[in-house]
Design a protein around this ligand. Structure first.
Ligand code: SF4
Length: 330
């Protein structure tokens, strides 16, 4: 826990926390995916034909320069995102993770997360990840409905999620999370409810639940502009979010951040770094080095909060203006 700092002036009062320097959190970006999902505006490219080894060379060089410029003392959390880091082959994965360990001094208790897509993690790759120091995996499951998965351009089926989790557990990983999405085109509340139940059956310590946001420069945005994206009604989407909060709460998961639920003690420490606006260093195509980048995450979060607040407000107004039933007391 960081200590508050006293401002050195006549009005000395307790102000913002001191931000640790050098940063103790590290983000690394692997910008390749097997294909491009229809809603995705992340910095990612279809892997086929890309110079992945050259990218890893450049990444290693960048890590070297980063630590020269900004020597870290000890790194508490690492998050490898993308893209899909697990598109790397096992030899590429081993080489990449060895470079991370070579340049960054990882704390004994480091939380080392890698994002993964179901269907891209066979046992050989999981083994390479584990030997390379990864101790937490976040799988992009998104739904357990094969029709919806195909409709958003995912490459996997629901069974691949189950198999991937089994493989990860067999490889020795216990700190696992999956992402689910709601507000998808043609998604019903019942489909979401079914997916949540299947997700809970996996008995994981952490779940991330995101609402679809139609971003510019995506296939979904083009369809949306043409009026061809059948999104659920706003009230249905709100009911989905409420269901998620209630069901995850009932199942013993704490809603510790807008989109994240965890069993006690299993919250993502790296996520928490962003929420506290602490310093992060980074390498790769979307390198984040200062609090400015964290501030962007915070502003994104604030826009999410305000979206939900306005949605809640509109629903509240509708309820208020609905004709009321009069109770007759006899
Ligand atoms: S797997 Fe993730 S990063 Fe890759 S295209 Fe799909 S949503 Fe984007």
């Amino acid at each position: 826990m960081q200590q508050p700092v006293k401002i050195q002036d006549s009005n000395a009062v307790t102000k913002h926390p001191v931000h640790q320097w050098p940063p103790r959190a590290l983000y690394i970006h692997i910008p390749f995916c097997t294909n491009k999902c229809f809603y995705c505006d992340f910095n990612s490219y279809v892997a086929a034909g890309q110079p992945i080894d050259a990218y890893l060379d450049a990444l290693e060089n960048e890590m070297k320069l980063t630590v020269k410029e900004l020597p870290p003392t000890s790194i508490d959390t690492v998050f490898v995102g993308g893209g899909t880091p697990t598109v790397l082959t096992p030899p590429q994965m081993s080489r990449f993770l060895a470079a991370v360990r070579r340049y960054f001094p990882l704390a004994d208790h480091v939380e080392f997360t890698m994002e993964a897509n179901p269907g891209t993690t066979d046992m050989a790759k999981l083994q390479a990840m584990r030997e390379g120091g990864v101790n937490r995996i976040s799988f992009g499951a998104q739904s357990f409905d094969d029709g919806l998965l195909a409709g958003i351009g995912r490459i996997h089926a629901a069974q691949d999620v189950v198999q991937s989790i089994e493989n990860a557990k067999a490889a020795g990983f216990t700190n696992l999370s999956i992402d689910l999405m709601f507000g998808l085109p043609n998604q019903t509340l019942q489909q979401l409810t079914d997916s949540v139940e299947k997700a809970l059956q996996l008995d994981l310590p952490h779940y991330s639940l995101y609402s679809l946001k139609v971003e510019e420069n995506t296939l979904f945005h083009r369809l949306y502009e043409r009026g061809e994206l059948p999104l659920p009604e706003e009230d249905v989407e709100l009911a989905m979010y409420q269901h998620l909060m209630e069901r995850l709460g009932e199942a013993g998961y704490r809603h510790y951040e807008i989109s994240n639920f965890a069993r006690s003690g299993c919250e993502s420490r790296h996520n928490t770094t962003y929420w506290r606006n602490e310093l992060t260093t980074g390498s790769g195509l979307v390198r984040t080095v200062t609090r400015k980048a964290n501030a962007m995450s915070i502003s994104k979060a604030c826009s999410l909060i305000s979206t939900w607040r306005s949605k809640l407000y509109r629903v509240w107004k509708r309820i208020r203006s609905a004709p009321r039933k009069r109770w007759k007391i006899s």
